[in-house]
Design a protein around this ligand. Structure first.
Ligand SMILES: O=C(NCCCCc1cc2ccncc2s1)c1cc(-c2ccc(F)cc2)cc(O)c1O
Ligand SMILES: [Mg+2]
Length: 214
C-alpha cells in the first residue's frame, strides 16, 4: 500500500534523526518538509517564536490542540521542566499513530499524553480525566474555525487562570479572523502578534500570543 505523507515524515525521522535527540527530530522533519514535501508543521521560523514563548513561561501544564505528526509537540516537550506535562489532542487517528512514534523517537513519551478525539468533546473532560486544574499554556493549531469556540469553552470550563497564555498558529494563513477579533478586542485578553511566514514558504503568517487576564 502507498504510504501517506505523515508516514513518509516518520520514515525521514527514523532514517535521519538520533533516538532520544529531540533537536535532531525537529531538524529531520524541517529538512524533509523544506526539500521534499511541504507539510503543515509549525515549521522552523514560527517554531523559534514558539520556543521563546515556552522557554520564557516555563509552563507546568500545556495543552496542544492539533498534534499532526508531533513536530510542535517535540519542540514544546523538549523545553519543559522535569515534572511538567503536555496534553496534545489529535482528531485524525492516522496522524496520531505517526505522532506517537515521532514523540517516542525523540524520547519524550514520558512528558506527553496524546489524546485522540475532538477538542469540543475533550475540553470539558480535561479536569476529571487528567486531573488538570488550569493550563499555563495552550497552543492552538487545529481546525481554524474551532479556535474561538474552543477558547470560549476553555473559559467556561475554568481551564484558564489569570496569566494563562494562548498561542495561536496560522492567524493569517489559513487565518482565524473571528478568533483574532475576539482576543484583540476582549478586555479579558492582552494580545500580541508575532509576524512570521507560513511554514517553509514566503507567504505571510504569524502567531498571536494572548494573555488571559482573568
Ligand atoms: O489545517 C491546519 N491545521 C489543522 C489540521 C486539523 C487537525 C485537527 C486536530 C484536532 C484536534 C482536536 N480537535 C479537532 C482537530 S482538527 C493547517 C493548515 C495549514 C495550511 C496553510 C496553507 C495551505 F495552503 C494549506 C494548509 C497550515 C497550518 O499550519 C495548519 O495548522
Ligand atoms: Mg498550523
Amino acid at each position: 500500500t502507498w504510504s501517506t505523507r505523515p508516514q513518509r515524515i516518520l520514515r525521514a525521522v527514523q532514517q535521519s534523526a538520533t533516538r532520544g535527540d529531540p533537536r535532531s527530530v525537529v531538524r529531520a522533519i524541517d529538512q524533509f518538509c523544506r526539500h521534499k514535501e511541504w507539510a503543515m508543521n509549525v515549521g522552523d521560523e514560527k517554531g523559534c517564536i514558539l520556543d521563546s514563548v515556552v522557554s520564557e513561561l516555563n509552563p507546568s501544564t500545556v495543552l496542544e490542540l492539533g498534534t499532526y505528526c508531533g513536530y510542535s509537540t517535540v519542540r514544546i516537550a523538549s523545553l519543559l521542566p522535569p515534572h511538567a506535562k503536555l496534553i496534545t489532542l489529535e482528531f485524525n487517528p492516522d496522524f496520531a499513530a505517526v505522532a506517537r512514534q515521532v514523540i517516542a523517537w525523540a524520547g519524550l513519551q514520558g512528558k506527553v499524553q496524546l489524546v485522540e478525539g475532538a477538542s469540543g468533546d475533550w475540553i470539558p473532560k480535561m479536569k476529571e480525566q487528567f486531573g488538570v486544574k488550569t493550563f499555563d499554556l495552550v497552543f492552538l493549531d487545529h481546525w481554524k474555525d474551532r479556535y474561538l469556540p474552543d477558547t470560549k469553552l476553555m473559559e467556561e470550563c475554568g481551564l484558564l487562570r489569570k496569566g494563562s497564555i494562548l498561542l495561536a498558529d496560522n492567524v493569517i494563513c489559513p487565518g482565524t479572523p473571528d478568533y483574532l477579533e475576539y482576543v484583540r478586542n476582549s478586555p479579558r485578553y492582552k494580545s500580541q502578534y508575532f509576524k512570521s511566514h507560513l511554514e517553509y514558504t514566503k507567504a505571510e503568517d504569524g502567531l498571536e500570543k494572548s494573555v488571559f487576564l482573568g
